[in-house]
Design a protein around this ligand. Structure first.
Ligand code: FAD
Length: 532
């Protein structure tokens, strides 16, 4: 006998937890299913050494007083252990777990048109019927591993960063190979460099890593700050990226006198976090000259930290390989200094290739590297991958993966034509990766809750994004992309890290303009959706 609910949420990260809390509060019968064994979403899976958030607190937490009132972070950029403890605290305060089914990977869902409900199947065969299916699968739930020849033959431990063993894995005195220098790669390299016998870093493209400027808080300090939290959360929701104190100057960077610009760059550098990426001038990601100025500042600062001149060109090339910030920068604490250590070697995959993974290590074009542990920091089939791997059937019988073969189509990044009553949070064609996770979970989450309450009030039971609205949203996304430098990088923002994936901007790069579109849609009776 299938369970029956008003709403079934897929995913127990910030978005799913918030939906569960708010929908339950609004009187809906709601359940949440997650493939993992605890709340936390990405922080359940990403427990690799060094895994840490790049959004500073208190931005990276829920704004409900009953949650923040008695929670204190010990670091400005908390690590995964503390984030997990935070989710345990959230669970205690909001009593979420009683409505969560863990170990429940959803593998299939089809819409019953006569009953207007989704029939959902978990991997263990469990069935659920739900009026609304809320996708909170995140943008990083499908790990991507390139097809290396011989990968399965490696004798030692070999893990993708997002599938790290929950019981941990020590690097101490081991020969560690790390493939990939994206955000996770940077974090794990720093950690491994501390006690591994050797660390071999296989790099395709150098990361533009920015100084984190970590800070530690005592409980008293954090507690004292809380008087400002209501204001901070308001500012966070009204900001361009969901971080309350990152608001760029509207002037064009290139037009500002050099001395003034350098002072602003320097201040952002010292402040740390994403301040240098998105808190200096608003045209950094759209004007090539301004972008180049930011790049040169970063390059010169970075080169000064590298002892070996050969590494200058490999880690901070004189000419940018892509516009600054068009790939997501990572935050680092001592990343560049790692390469000054004797136990760390950089393998430049622009000069040699990985021919195969062998039982004992990695075979390059010109030599073999012996390894005990292999770390695959190779990223994600981001944004759409979490959904397309579910056999989610449209009313016409095709899967969502088939429908998106030529590119993702959505209305507002929330609704999908031919998939009635499916609503996505933090999904493709929403701001997602350009929006602080918890801010998105709450702001976009409230919009969804309002929609469901509105439908209930009007006794409506079916909502579907129209094809014309989805096409117009896609045109809007294309215009948006063209107004930025983002298409000039082969990034996961553009879906370009996955062979064969359609190249398109997958994340809306203007949070406040996105929210204006959502508000307009709501005010016009959810224009762009067919409701009945
Ligand atoms: P997630 O946290 O991704 O949760 C999705 C959940 O869905 C997972 O638990 C997964 O198990 C579940 N799921 C997926 N598919 C299924 C299925 N078929 N069946 C059942 N369950 C399923 N964002 C920031 O704003 N700032 C940062 O600094 C930042 N750092 C990050 C660092 C790392 C290493 C990673 C991977 C992501 C980071 N993010 C960051 C993005 C992060 O995804 C968001 O901050 C936030 O966690 C999104 O929450 P979510 O609930 O939308 O999704």
């Amino acid at each position: 006998m299938a369970d029956t609910v008003d709403a079934l949420i897929i995913g127990a990260g910030f978005s799913g937890c918030y939906q569960l809390y708010r929908l339950r509060q609004s009187g809906f019968k709601v359940k949440l299913y997650d493939a993992g064994t605890s709340l936390g979403g990405v922080w359940h899976w990403n427990c690799y050494p060094g895994a840490r958030v790049d959004s500073h607190v208190p931005n990276y937490e829920f704004s409900m007083p009953e949650v923040w009132r008695d929670w204190c972070w010990s670091e400005r950029f908390p690590g995964w252990e503390e984030l997990r403890a935070y989710f345990e605290h959230v669970d205690k305060r909001l009593d979420l777990s009683k409505d969560v089914r863990f170990n429940s990977r959803i593998i299939r869902a089809e819409f019953d048109e006569s009953g207007r409900y989704w029939s959902v199947t978990c991997q263990d065969g469990h069935q659920t019927n739900t009026r609304f299916l809320l996708s909170c699968v995140g943008f990083a739930s499908k790990a991507y591993i390139p097809e290396f020849t011989g990968l399965g033959s490696f004798k030692g431990p070999c893990h993708h960063t997002a599938r790290w063993p929950q019981h941990g894995l020590s690097f101490s005195d081991k020969r560690v190979g790390i493939i990939g220098t994206g955000a996770s790669g940077v974090q794990v390299i720093q950690e491994a460099s501390e006690d591994a016998a050797s660390v071999t870093v296989f790099q395709r493209t150098p990361m533009i890593a920015l100084p984190m400027q970590q800070r530690h808080y005592s409980e008293a300090q954090y507690q004292a700050w809380k008087a400002e939290f209501p204001k901070i959360f308001q500012l966070r929701d009204a900001s361009g990226g969901g971080l309350h104190d990152i608001n760029p100057d509207r002037q064009a960077a290139w037009s500002v006198p050099e001395e003034e610009r350098s002072a602003k760059f320097e201040a952002a550098w010292r402040e740390g976090g994403f301040q240098f990426w998105s808190g200096t001038y608003s045209d950094i990601l759209s004007h090539p000259d301004s972008n180049r100025l930011a790049y040169e500042f970063w390059r010169d600062k970075t080169r000064a930290r590298l002892e070996d001149p050969v590494l200058h060109e490999k880690l901070a090339p004189y000419e940018p390989l892509h516009p600054f910030g068009a790939k997501r920068p990572s935050l680092e604490q001592h990343y560049y200094e790692c390469f000054n250590q004797n136990n760390v070697e950089l393998v430049d995959l622009k000069q040699t290739r990985i021919e195969a993974i062998t039982p004992d290590g990695v075979m390059l074009t010109d030599r073999h590297i012996d390894l005990d542990i292999l770390v695959l920091a190779t990223g994600f089939d981001g944004s759409s991958g979490g959904l397309t791997r579910i056999d989610l059937r449209s009313v016409k019988g095709s899967s969502i993966g088939e429908n998106w073969q030529q590119g993702v189509r959505t209305w507002l990044g929330i609704g999908v034509p031919d998939f009635p009553n499916l609503l996505m949070l933090y999904g493709p064609q929403s701001p997602t990766a350009f929006w602080n996770g918890p801010t998105s979970a709450e702001v976009q989450g409230d919009w969804i809750v309002d929609l469901l309450c509105w439908m209930r009030k009007k006794r409506l039971t079916r909502i579907e994004a129209s094809h014309s609205a989805a096409e117009s949203w896609n045109d809007h996304m294309e215009e948006l992309a063209a107004s930025t430098l983002l298409p000039q990088a082969d990034s996961w923002y553009m879906g370009a890290n996955i062979p064969g994936k359609t190249r398109q901007l997958l994340h809306h790069s203007g949070v406040q303009s996105y929210l204006r579109h959502c508000e307009e849609c709501r005010l016009k009776g959810y224009d762009g959706f067919d409701v009945s």
